[in-house]
Design a protein around this ligand. Structure first.
Ligand SMILES: CC(=O)CC(=O)SCCNC(=O)CCNC(=O)[C@H](O)C(C)(C)COP(=O)(O)OP(=O)(O)OC[C@H]1O[C@@H](n2cnc3c(N)ncnc32)[C@H](O)[C@@H]1OP(=O)(O)O
Ligand SMILES: NC(=O)C1=CN([C@@H]2O[C@H](COP(=O)(O)OP(=O)(O)OC[C@H]3O[C@@H](n4cnc5c(N)ncnc54)[C@H](OP(=O)(O)O)[C@@H]3O)[C@@H](O)[C@H]2O)C=CC1
Length: 293
């Protein structure tokens, strides 16, 4: 059994939030995009418009579809604006305390039957669900970056998630034109359990001087046919997010093989978070990315 979803709330308008709002609006859902920062909301709407315009240029969608999708998105700086949403997807920073606070605030304004989802990359769905007033209506809907281009969405049930919530989330993902992979609720789920240790190992390879940034990325692009090198991909994901995921794996599985590389810690402490802060394993401030090591 599924429940009808018409209006979707997206909390956090960073790179994932704008991607989720984009694909949901294009699929015909009304979307309320929420962020604590007005500037973020403004730049998210500009990014969505830019990505929709690129799809029009590639003839993937019509000009009318671009316009209708944009018209379906409203932006809001306050959480009250999400009150009449049927589904809310939280996609703020990968910090458990921030997410818990958001769930506390949003559940207070939502109707009791609304479904609450998180796009968390790694944090226990069961634990996040337990911090809400509706663990049975809580689920992990984990999109991949960049959302408009990636086919997969992981669905993760918490221990209490009911069948209606799972079936509704599955139908929602199908309506977005994406494929589902179901993951059990263990640290970092499937994709990041495999991908992040690979990225962390690439950073150790750099840290130990086995290769420089250029050599490591070229090796994996040309030698293993990865679309992006692991360091380029780390910058794309965000080094703060990569570190948070490694910390969840390290703490959650208590195995030293998940120890975050000290060089990753150093970059995050420097505020060199990758593309979003214009500097990470590459410096993006010039015409083209320049390796920082
Ligand atoms: C951390 C987590 O929790 C989970 C994760 O997401 S892990 C990260 C998973 N993502 C990846 O591994 C991405 C790896 N990289 C890639 O697959 C590719 O480099 C890429 C798809 C990003 C770009 O591919 P490309 O061939 O170099 O570029 P390009 O041909 O311009 O783009 C391919 C498509 O992606 C879209 N695209 C590219 N960058 C985009 C962006 N930033 N935002 C939206 N769409 C984008 C393009 O519009 C294009 O769409 P169509 O196929 O509909 O035309
Ligand atoms: N990056 C990736 O490749 C992927 C990330 N994810 C997950 O998606 C989530 C978001 O990641 P991503 O988009 O990359 O992160 P970003 O840093 O790009 O965006 C996070 C956004 O959330 C905003 N924010 C912070 N606190 C709040 C709040 N209390 N209420 C509303 N908005 C808030 C931030 O605002 P401000 O900057 O002003 O603090 C920022 O705009 C994380 O949980 C991450 O693990 C999932 C799949 C892939």
């Amino acid at each position: 059994m599924t429940v009808a979803i018409k209006k979707v709330g997206v909390i956090g308008s960073g790179q994932m939030g704008n991607g989720i709002a984009h694909v949901a609006a294009l699929a015909g859902f009304d979307v309320v995009l929420n962020d604590i920062s007005a500037d973020r909301l403004k730049s998210a709407l500009a990014t969505i418009n830019g990505n929709l315009t690129r799809q029009v240029a590639k003839k993937a969608i019509s000009e009318g579809e671009r316009k209708q999708a944009l018209d379906r998105i409203t932006s809001a700086e306050t959480i009250d604006a999400l009150a009449d949403c049927d589904l809310v997807i939280e996609t703020a920073v990968e910090k458990e305390e921030t997410k818990r606070k958001i769930f506390h605030d949003v559940c207070a304004v939502l109707k009791p039957e609304a479904i609450v989802a998180t796009n968390s990359s790694s944090i226990s769905i069961t634990r996040l669900a337990a911090s809400t007033d509706r663990p049975e209506k809580f689920i992990g809907i984990h999109f991949m970056n960049p959302v408009p281009a990636m086919e997969l969405v992981e669905l993760i049930r918490g221990i209490a998630t009911d069948d209606t919530t799972f079936d509704t989330a599955k139908a929602f993902v199908a309506k977005l034109g994406k494929q589902v992979a179901v993951s059990e609720d263990f640290p970092a789920f499937i994709v990041n359990r495999i991908l992040l240790p690979m990225i962390n190992e690439a950073i150790y390879t750099l840290y130990e001087g086995v290769g420089n940034v250029e050599a490591i990325d070229a090796a994996m692009k040309l030698g293993a046919h990865h679309p992006m090198g692991p360091l380029e991909l780390a910058d794309f994901i965000g080094l703060d997010t990569c570190l948070s995921i490694m910390q969840v794996l390290h703490e959650g599985l208590a195995d030293s093989k998940y120890r975050p590389c000290p060089l990753l810690v150093k970059y995050v402490e420097a505020g060199w978070l990758g593309r979003k802060s214009q500097r990470g394993f590459y410096d993006y401030r010039g015409d083209k990315p320049v390796p920082t090591r």
